[in-house]
Each structure stands twice: as C-alpha cells, then as structure tokens.
Ligand binder design. Sequence first.
Ligand code: SF4
Length: 326
Amino acid sequence: MKEQLLTKKILKWYDFNKRPLPWRKNVSLQKRQYYTLVSEFMLQQTQVVTVIPYFNKFIKNIPDLKSLSLAQNKKLIKLWEGLGYYSRVRNLKKTAQVIIKKFKGKLPCNLEELLSLPGIGNYTASAILAIAFNKQYIPLDGNIERVLKRYLYLKKDKEIAKDNLIQKKSIFGLSSRSSDYAQALMELGALICKPTNPECKKCPISMNCKSFQKKDFNLTKKVKKNKEKYFILKVYKKNQRYLLIKNTKFNFLKNLTIFPMEELSKPKNFNENLNFKMSNMNMNIKIQYLKNSSKFQSPFWIDQKKINNYMLPTFTKKVVKYLEKS
Ligand code: SF4
C-alpha cells in the first residue's frame, strides 16, 4: 500500500517517540489480543498514566481470557478498586465468558461480532480491530479527535459533530501498519497535540496544520452540563463500625457496597455536608446520623480502622474518611 506523506510522517515520529506501555510489549498474538482487550476496557474512562499500574497488576493476577472468565467477582473488583466505573470490569468478565463459550476462546476479529460483546461499543471495537488485528480502522478517541480538529481547524458546531469528525478522519489516510498507525495518532494527541500548550515545534505535521498557521489552538467543546443531584446519606455507627449495604437501588456503583442513601428531588434549603463528583453528576450529600438499623436485612458492619482491608468503592472510603474527620 502506498502511504501518503502525512501517514509516513506520523509513523516515523511514532517509531522514535512512542512510550513503552505495558500493553505494547512484544508478546504472542494471543497475548496481544488479551492485552488489548483489557487495556481498552481500562482506558474507556481513564488516562493512560493511571491505567499502567492497574494493567500490570491485573495481568499478573489474571493472565489470560480463561482465567478472566473464571475469576471471582470479589477478586476482580479488588483489582479494579480505584479505577472507578466498575461496570467495565463486570462487562470485561462477561465478554471473556462469551468468547470462551461462543468463539472457542478466540477474540473475534470482525466488527459485528465484537459489537455483540458486553461493554464493547463502536470505539472499543475499532480500537481492538486496529491494535490487536492490524485492520485498517482509525478509532476516534479524544486524542485523535483533538489532532483532527486542530489540523483542520474545525470549530463550528457542525464541524465538530461526531458524524463530521468520522468523515473527516479520512484525511489521515491508511497504513498497512494499522496497529502502529492507530496508536501513533493517539500518541501524537497525548504527547504533542495536548489539550493545552500543544508542542507544535515537535509536531511532525505542523507544516500543513491550520491551527498552527493561524496560531489559534483553542478547541470548541460541546458543553456537557453536570447534573446536580441531592442525597441523604444515612450513617449508623456501632462500636466503631459503620453499616453498609449492597447497592441495588442506584445505577451508579451498582452492586457495590455503599452507605444507605436516599435521593431527593430539588430539596429546599439543602445544606450539604459533602460534595462528590461522579461521572457527569454533582452529588450533594447531607449526612444523617441514625440509630435503629433493624430494618436492614443483610448489612455489612465495617470497622473504620480496617477500612483498607475491605473491598469498597472510592466513594464509600471517602465518606468514611469524612466521617472520621468530622
Ligand atoms: S501543529 Fe500543533 S496544533 Fe497542529 S497538530 Fe501539531 S501539535 Fe497540534
């Protein structure tokens, strides 16, 4: 395949500048597919730097698809603790189980089958196809989107609409080194065309970059409004122990251990004790201390001194910390 100059420049830059990320190690094809699957699930909502230690620990404990499909949920949640968005790890296990059962233990290599797996949407499927299978896909992640918007100086609402960006990414061309090329574009966004202060002097494509020519690197963003939510968080304390329950009520932190909570809709004179940001939700939390816990059928009583020994979401740990300080 004859690559266009832009593609060549980006790949050449990547060859000299790529980070030695653990999922980029030279491993067998099967391992590479597993590493890509795990890293792409982790990277869905989290930055590369944060993911690295989690990825290493995960792979050390759960080295392949088979062990992932058989892993205990408790163990998985513990390994994911701190990364947040726990539905990802639940879906990752379900995906491993489907692959073992339906695809003879082999990660599918086509879009349709990948999209049938739990937790895999268009972006993750394209990333897997490009990175693990060297197929000619360019997954449009936040980094690639930024390079594209700046390179073509896309600012207007219409221009930055997802459909338009998907169409415009053809400007990058394709390469027979699809795996490297997808990662090269992501790396260019992460290391050079950064959200603030892009390092255009080091950029391999600065010559034809419209933002560079105009010296205007501001990006127009669609404003995502955070939802204000109000909760009463109920604290029952007995002999230095807090009562926690399994969350079957709220969509966030589903099935994880939290304090009993109640959501209020637009309360008047709400004096919150705590604020917590989760996804696009601003949680305003008022603490209520209560005594009679007999209505809870299977509560967990956790010892505040041994908080780190429990498998708890960061949210719950932060609440305990707050309660201990106040
Ligand atoms: S020249 Fe600057 S703005 Fe343009 S793509 Fe490169 S880093 Fe981004």
